[in-house]
Ligand binder design. Structure first.
Ligand SMILES: Nc1ncnc2c1ncn2[C@@H]1O[C@H](COP(=O)(O)OP(=O)(O)OP(=O)(O)O)[C@@H](O)[C@H]1O
Ligand SMILES: [Mg+2]
Length: 258
């Protein structure tokens, strides 16, 4: 689900994460920071990023986002381009040399692509410039599919946020390699929802005309979580909010095969 998805319904059972994200946003007065949220497909990473984006806007933040997509994973700077494109007019406030660096990175100038370090510095300056007007939340969605140059730049930026009113929030699927996972940034693993929240979420789903194996999904949701190890893996999608761990993802799996 993208950050921009509309009407996602209430956010259930994430009090600890809400507290964590709110403290990051509110703590920005003392300096920025980064957080990597990771977890299984469907566990609710995007849902939390959407919450963070809405909360940040309420607090007067500017929100920028980039989402990795498989088809652009090999396009250098595709993610960064998406992230800073809304700022292209602000880039005019940067020193000419840094503006030229960004242009070259995006293939706009005459010069060959500059060193990665120069690009990262130029991006840091640009974000810092924007953050002088309004605090800034930067979202990196589906980071497992962001192109590598973009993740290198974001990792560089993330390690230098202490003195800027900027928060970087990364969502990444568990088990996928990403430089942002290995960058030494604070991390938080999203687990499945508790039984009560899982039940509420299931109640909100359209009724299944053909419950898998004749077992009503609500009963399956209330069943104890399975041994997770055998079911883990990048190719698997868990279904909403980790309901897979409660045995209701067979419907999703079957749909994927059709
Ligand atoms: N805490 C929650 N409360 C209510 N709905 C939730 C919650 N967590 C997830 N959902 C719903 O479950 C579905 C899957 O969540 P989401 O898209 O956020 O998963 P994800 O971890 O981003 O998955 P992926 O790795 O595929 O991007 C969405 O419809 C979302 O709105
Ligand atoms: Mg997602």
């Amino acid at each position: 689900m993208s950050v921009a998805a509309s009407n996602p319904g209430p956010l259930l059972g994430r009090d600890a994460e809400i507290e964590l994200l709110a403290s990051l946003l509110d703590g920005i007065r003392d300096g920025g920071g980064a957080l990597v949220l990771y977890g299984e497909p469907g566990i609710g990473k995007s849902r939390l990023l959407a919450w963070a984006a809405a909360s940040a806007r309420e607090r007067g933040f500017t929100v920028l986002s980039a989402a990795g997509v498989q088809s652009e994973a090999h396009l250098p700077f595709a993610g960064l381009h998406q992230l800073i494109r809304p700022l292209r007019f602000r880039a005019e406030d940067l020193p000419a040399r840094q503006r030229a660096v960004l242009d070259a990175a995006f293939g706009l100038g005459q010069e060959p692509a500059p060193e990665r370090f120069q690009i990262a510095m130029a991006v840091l300056d640009l974000l810092g410039e924007v953050a002088t007007d309004a605090r800034l939340l930067v979202l990196a969605e589906d980071a497992q599919w962001l192109d590598r140059p973009t993740t290198e730049v974001l990792a560089f930026v993330a390690r230098r946020l202490q003195s800027d009113p900027i928060v970087l929030l990364v969502a990444v699927r568990e088990g996928y390699p990403s430089l942002l996972v290995d960058a030494g940034l604070p991390q938080h693993r999203l687990g499945g929802l508790g039984p009560a929240e899982a039940m509420t979420l299931l109640d909100a789903l359209p009724p299944s005309a053909d419950p898998v194996g004749g077992t009503p999904e609500r009963e399956l949701a209330a069943a104890p979580p399975r041994a997770r190890g055998a079911r883990r893996g990048p190719a698997r999608r868990a279904g909403p909010a980790g309901l897979a761990s409660r045995g209701v993802d067979q419907r999703h799996a079957r749909r994927d095969r059709q």
